[in-house]
Ligand binder design. Structure first.
Ligand code: CA
Length: 387
């Protein structure tokens, strides 16, 4: 079998209401899918992390830098293709956009492999350790409303009503406002729901440590990206100073980037983003490196239904850490803010929200070969960005 084409679909639409995090507000939803075709009619789908203009630039890397390196080659030679592409790009970017682009290509090659073997991805990864996965609801993005605490209180109550037992909210507006927001949410959802906060690296360690102490008192389960991804010492200081879990890793790339984060024990919970860090092949190396250091992995998930499906397989195939009769279980991150690319992209939706409502916060594993998904090409044509 030979690879005959490597192409990107960049999709976008305008949001009704801007949605923000501590660094920026989005006015558009976007998506970057990778599609790899073969001479035997099998097609693989992948996804690259990176919004809007980043996606358009990554499309050029996928189609004009990585594509020519693998055209005409066997799609099953994933490791060979990964290293060839990485070595070809290394002098021009060991992190960031080239690696995001490579991620989508690698994921599409795994999808092809699953379809060739007629097995779901998790089988190729060594099998499922669990037959269902707990889901946590991501929501409460920053919004430009008169009283954000009031908005967060009603949104968190709605997420609880959807069936989630754990949820995550944005912070990063300054410690005082952050604590007001977290208190409003805690009051709305009660003490029994697991609550995580995400600062998107808004702070220095000097500010984040006392803020973390106050968050701890409000029963926050993890403090995500308190400081800049480059600030490994700041991460380390936070881990030393606080009892609560420090989470991070979504803005790190490849085994070499994660090596330092893991070996220096900069996080209590590692959050690798497979659509950014180098794809499934690279994720597996990073997961195993984290587990070798007994650091739990809770995958970062942000994107379309493709990314969600990828992570359902990865979480199914994650070994228990440590082993035992009652091991702690990984959770699937699921965005609950409006996104058609998550809910309407597939001919048969994943139905995560329906399952969460029916099963008390859990989803079952996908069953089809590869990622187990089919794209709706009419939908894709409707939202394609013509660049
Ligand atoms: Ca995050």
């Amino acid at each position: 079998m030979k690879i005959t084409s490597v192409k990107s679909h960049v999709l976008s639409y305008d949001l009704d209401e801007p949605l923000g995090y501590s660094q920026n507000y989005y006015t558009k939803r976007s998506a970057h899918l990778v599609e790899i075709e073969t001479d035997e009619g099998i097609t693989g789908i992948g996804e690259c992390f990176g919004p809007n203009t980043i996606a358009l630039a990554n499309k050029v890397i996928v189609e004009q830098v990585i594509g020519p390196l693998i055209l005409g080659r066997d799609p099953l030679d994933r490791e060979v293709h990964w290293h060839r592409a990485y070595n070809g790009m290394r002098d021009h970017g060991q992190k960031g956009m080239p690696i995001q682009a490579l991620s989508g290509v690698d994921i599409a090659l795994w999808d092809i492999a699953g379809k060739i073997h007629n097995q779901p991805l998790y089988k190729l990864l060594g099998g499922a350790f669990r037959d269902r996965i707990e889901v946590y609801g991501y929501g409460m993005m920053l919004q430009q409303v008169p009283d954000l605490a009031e908005r967060f209180a009603s949104e968190s109550a709605a997420i609880k009503a959807m069936g989630f037992n754990a949820m995550k909210m944005k912070i990063g507006k300054g410690p005082e406002e952050d604590l007001r927001l977290v208190k409003a949410v805690r009051d709305a959802i009660g003490a029994d729901i697991k609550l995580m906060v995400d600062a998107n690296h808004a702070y220095t360690a000097q500010v984040a440590i006392p803020l973390g102490r106050a968050l701890q008192d409000l029963g926050v389960y993890w403090f995500e990206e308190p400081v800049a991804p480059e600030d490994l010492q700041g991460y380390r200081d936070l881990c030393e100073s606080l009892d609560m879990s420090i989470a991070g890793g979504e803005a790190e790339f490849t085994r070499w980037g994660f090596r330092d984060l893991i070996e220096k024990r900069c996080v209590d919970i590692l959050q690798p983003e497979t659509c950014a860090l180098g794809g499934i092949s690279e994720y597996l190396k990073i997961r195993d490196m984290a587990h070798a250091h007994f650091i739990p992995v809770v995958n970062h998930v942000w994107g379309t239904a493709v990314c969600v499906a990828v992570n359902m397989h990865l979480l199914a195939a994650m070994p228990d850490l440590p082993g035992g009769a009652h091991p702690a279980q990984p959770m699937l991150e699921y965005d609950t803010t409006p996104n058609m690319f998550r809910e309407n992209l597939l001919t048969e939706p994943l139905g995560v929200l329906d399952q969460v409502a029916a099963n008390g916060g859990w989803v079952e594993l996908p069953t089809g070969p590869g990622l187990g998904i089919e794209l709706d090409y009419d939908f894709i044509e409707r939202y394609r960005v013509n660049a």
